[in-house]
Design a protein around this ligand. Structure first.
Ligand code: RIB
Length: 319
């Protein structure tokens, strides 16, 4: 096993709609589907489909959704360890996707918030086999901290701060070898960790040197700010650690027909973790290109975990 993802599992309920309703307005949906989601599970599926042996640690209720989760994890070939919470439900999520492929999400984290640091730490055998440990913020932060603390020496500690937890602080971000916020999360982290006020919408237009300096205000050794259709920005304290040559650079996004952006960030993070685990001597730049391709392809499909592309699909599309 080379990638270990610790994070959330949700059952996603997705409605397609022409445009988002206004407060108090009822709109007819244009179609409904339900399937597996949760940032942690999506990222684990994305990693496994890029052919990195992948394990997953998460929490479930004791309900019908939990049975589905176990079956799906097995079908994806994940080595999954589930903490069972008898006093709450499996995580669930309502997603509305408009005609432009943008989404609005309502989330009940339920069991995900109960994932305990003790349960995480008890899976030390999985940590010992990991080259990359990947966490998000859709569980309680104690579980996130426990996962980063259990990562063995030499392993990449990768933190996707999505969505930024109300209690996230500079000390947590500083533990990460690689942090991957989107624009909104980056602005939030800058405010709470460095006292810098900046709006998410302006980030993509900031010059490279200034954006690099802002990234350096957060404690993580390397930061990749994902910018949606504008690609990503990379900032290193030490590029040689990742076999890169530049301290900071931008990469463009692939040009695709966007249908549903749900889970695109998860495709990116899972695929990047897989690349880092499979090719530890490869420049990070190359891993990011592959991750960007996987993310782009995921937006051409509806759904979250089910939309994660395989390695063969990414190769067939982009070479
Ligand atoms: O990143 C997309 C995911 O966010 C969805 O699958 C949903 O479950 C929410 O956690």
């Amino acid at each position: 096993m080379t990638v270990l993802v610790v994070g959330s599992y949700n059952q996603d309920h997705v409605w397609r709609i022409d445009r988002f309703p206004q407060p108090g307005e009822t709109r007819r949906g244009l179609g409904f589907s339900t399937g597996p989601g949760g940032k942690g599970f999506n990222q684990a599926v994305a990693s496994a489909r890029q052919q990195a042996p992948t394990a997953f640690i998460g929490a479930l209720g004791e309900d019908a959704l939990a049975r589905i989760a176990r079956e799906l994890a097995a079908a994806e070939g994940l080595d999954a360890r589930w903490q069972v919470c008898t006093d709450t439900s499996t995580g669930s999520c309502g997603i509305v996707v408009d005609a432009q492929g943008q989404n609005q999400i309502v989330l009940d984290l339920a069991a995900n918030e109960r994932l305990s640091p003790e349960f995480v730490a008890a899976q030390q055998d999985l940590f010992d086999k990991a080259r990359v440990v990947l966490v998000q913020m859709e569980t309680g932060l104690a579980a996130v901290r426990a996962a980063l603390a259990a990562a063995p020496a030499g392993c990449v500690r990768m933190l996707n701060p999505a969505p930024v937890h109300a209690d996230a602080d500079a000390a947590l971000i500083a533990v990460a070898d690689l942090a991957t916020p989107n624009e909104t999360e980056f602005a939030d982290l800058l405010a709470r960790c460095a006292g810098v006020t900046i709006t998410a919408e302006t980030i993509a237009a900031i010059g490279n040197a200034e954006l690099h300096a802002l990234c350096r205000r957060l404690g993580a050794a390397s930061i990749v700010v994902t910018l949606g259709s504008r690609g990503c920005f990379v900032s290193h304290a030490d590029p040689t650690r990742w076999h890169d040559t530049e301290t900071h650079y931008r990469l463009p996004a692939e040009n695709v027909q966007v249908r549903d952006t749900t889970g695109a960030g998860d495709a990116f993070n899972g695929a990047l973790a897989a690349q880092l685990a499979r090719f530890p001597a490869q420049p990070l730049r190359d891993g990011l290109i592959q991750a960007g391709r996987a993310a782009a392809l995921s937006t051409e499909r509806a759904g979250a975990a089910v939309a994660m592309p395989t390695l063969a699909e990414v190769r067939a599309r982009f070479g």
